[in-house]
Design a protein around this ligand. Structure first.
Ligand code: ZN
Length: 128
């Protein structure tokens, strides 16, 4: 996703500033200067570009954790180990993948069908 609206761009920029401000100030200041002055790009693109670089270099899975960060920020529970409530039927389930919202395919399909119908109705392009 690329932020296209001014609101999205502003939100991404503020998020990048917040993330960088978690780092020692000399690193955050250097990154901001490199992004704004040298590269003339939004800070979010600079930060995202470094994540892409880490991915391309096979380094995404092994980030460097600042020892100054509180332990509860660096050792969060695995979201796949939690129990979640299906957005369609309300049943509790253990997800098999990140961001899974439905307990099974039929619930996801039913929710998608309802969403498609609502969209078709609102645009007047639905079946008659
Ligand atoms: Zn369900």
């Amino acid at each position: 996703m690329t932020p296209t609206t001014p609101d999205d761009q502003k939100a991404c920029e503020q998020a990048a500033i917040l993330v960088l401000d978690c780092l020692p100030h000399y690193i955050a200041d250097t990154a901001k200067e490199l992004a704004y002055v040298h590269n003339r790009q939004p800070l979010w693109a600079f930060v995202a570009g470094h994540i892409l670089r880490a991915y391309e270099n096979g380094e995404l899975a092994v980030p460097i954790m600042d020892p100054g960060w509180p332990r509860h920020f660096t050792n969060v529970p695995d979201p796949l180990n939690g129990r979640y409530k299906c957005k369609w039927c309300g049943a509790e389930f253990a997800p098999h993948r990140y961001k899974q919202q439905y307990c099974q395919n039929s619930c996801g399909t039913a929710a998608q069908h309802l969403e498609d119908e609502a969209k078709a109705e609102s645009t007047g392009k639905g079946p008659r």
